[in-house]
Design a protein around this ligand. Structure first.
Ligand code: HEM
Length: 433
């Protein structure tokens, strides 16, 4: 029988203050600083405890193998018992005050555990499977062509984020949710506000400095609810073939799902399906602009596009972190984790783990196999992963045959967030056929 390892002394468990601070600092995620912190942690303290003023202590899971180990044990490490994203003590208290004790402002798949989670996931699982979303390929290709035309029309230089990466996935996800094109700008603003809440350039807070951070987020969620409430009512009266119809008419144990849960479902699809894919689409272009050899390699055989996409997903890892909490005392990687402890899964660290990837700090589209874990693992494995890959493949299939060259035309910048982030500006110069 294996003997339980003795936990190391506290001093060895705790992460040095500067590194722990980087983990809660949105600006660190907009630079190489977060990757330097992760590299140090993987080498020196791969499962350490971060203690930062204003936050409850949390374990920091940085190795690929440990992230998978936590993610696959959904009964031992819950999503719903504590905040699923890194949240300060003040924000957590505020949320609980607003919700009457719950740590979550919405109740979507992400915040659920068994027995509810599998039931709610099953409602849309089939819709997201490759055989169903394949039906969308022609429609998505039309959207991709329009995006490529829009880029071509700039005449050889543009901000790729603003012209292509932001709108294309938004357009796709709004299309599947049945939102009319005229309302997309409003939805774009709302998602940016929700995910970019820590980024002063993107958040409602910046425009209304007197509002409290959480009040602003709550207002954004209320806007989402108002909007999708109308879509829900419409799809109940007039069912169509879109995902909105599936959600609006869903039943659990024979009963229609509550309005709150239906609306949470729209919010998770609208938000999860947009910013993540935008960031990765832009991450791919950033890499191609920096590495002409990579562009040449993919253009030499367009069947290599899925490999390019897979590496862009690894490279960008737009979802930086999700949190879990331990349901009971347990041991992980030689550490004693107590019941109720909070853990941060650092996907971007797992995706640069030297134990799994050769030259992890280099963008290499030809990487095979590419065991990136940016979609998570286990019961919460990204529901939209096939759609995300398909969308990006189609865009690059339309773009690359026409793109002769591309280079950076200024400084690209990343958004500031400890949760979902990626390029927010990417000035490029390009030649197109
Ligand atoms: C590159 C693009 C994307 C990345 C990197 C990504 C990443 C992730 C990750 C890491 C999770 C796991 C959360 C957890 O373990 O708690 C997740 C869940 C989820 N994603 Fe994605 N996602 C992407 C695109 C999409 C798209 C396009 C959609 C839908 C249109 C989508 C819908 C969802 C949903 C509904 C969940 C919740 C699943 C559950 O909790 O059971 N995602 N995603």
């Amino acid at each position: 029988m294996a003997r339980a390892k003795t936990p190391m002394a506290n001093a060895d468990i705790e992460i040095p203050a500067d590194i722990a601070h980087a983990l809660v600092d949105p600006t660190a995620y907009a630079s190489e600083r977060i990757h330097e912190a992760y590299a140090w942690l993987r080498a020196n303290n791969p499962l350490g405890l971060a203690k930062v003023e204003g936050f409850d202590p949390f374990w920091v899971v940085t190795r690929h193998a440990d992230i998978l180990e936590v993610s696959r044990q959904n009964d031992l490490f819950h999503s719903g018992d504590r905040a699923t994203t890194l949240t300060s003590q003040a924000a957590d208290a505020k949320v609980r005050e607003m919700t009457g004790g719950s740590p979550h402002l919405v109740r979507s798949l992400v915040q659920m555990d068994a027995p509810d989670h599998p039931k709610y996931r099953a409602l849309t699982q089939a819709w997201f499977m490759p055989q169903n979303i394949r039906k969308l390929e022609d429609r998505i290709r039309q959207i991709a062509r329009a995006s490529v035309e829009r880029m071509a029309a700039t005449g050889g230089s543009c901000d790729f984020v603003r012209e292509v990466a932001l709108h294309y996935p938004l357009h796709v996800v709004m299309d599947i949710l049945g939102v009319p094109e005229a309302d997309e700008p409003r939805m774009l603003m709302l998602t940016q506000e929700l995910f970019g809440a820590a980024d002063p350039e993107l958040s409602r807070e910046a425009r209304q400095p007197q509002t409290q951070d959480l009040g602003a987020i709550q207002a954004v969620i209320a806007d989402f609810y108002n909007y999708f409430g109308k879509i829900s009512a419409d799809r109940r009266a007039h069912p169509a073939g879109d995902l909105a119809t599936v959600i609006a008419n869903s039943r659990i144990d024979g009963e229609p799902i509550s309005e709150f849960e239906a609306l949470s479902y729209y919010v998770i699809v609208a938000t999860a399906g947009h910013d993540t894919t935008s960031s990765t689409t832009a991450g791919a272009m950033w890499a191609l602009a920096q590495h002409p050899d990579q562009l040449a390699w993919v253009k030499a055989d367009l069947a290599r596009i899925p490999q390019l996409i897979e590496e862009a997903i690894r490279w960008t890892t737009p979802v930086k972190t999700f949190m879990r909490s331990a349901v009971e005392d347990t041991e992980l990687a030689g550490r004693r984790i107590a019941r109720g402890d909070w853990l941060m899964l650092c996907y971007a660290s797992g995706n640069r783990d030297e134990a799994v990837f050769d030259e992890p700090q280099r963008f290499r589209a030809e990487r095979t196999p590419n065991r990136q874990l940016a979609f998570g693992y286990g019961a919460h494995l990204c529901l939209g992963q096939h759609l995300a890959r398909m969308e990006m493949r189609i865009l690059y299939e339309e773009l690359l045959p026409r793109l002769k060259s591309v280079a950076l035309a200024g400084e690209g910048r990343m958004s500031l967030s400890t949760f979902v982030n990626g390029p927010k500006t990417l000035p490029i110069r390009f030649e197109m056929a």
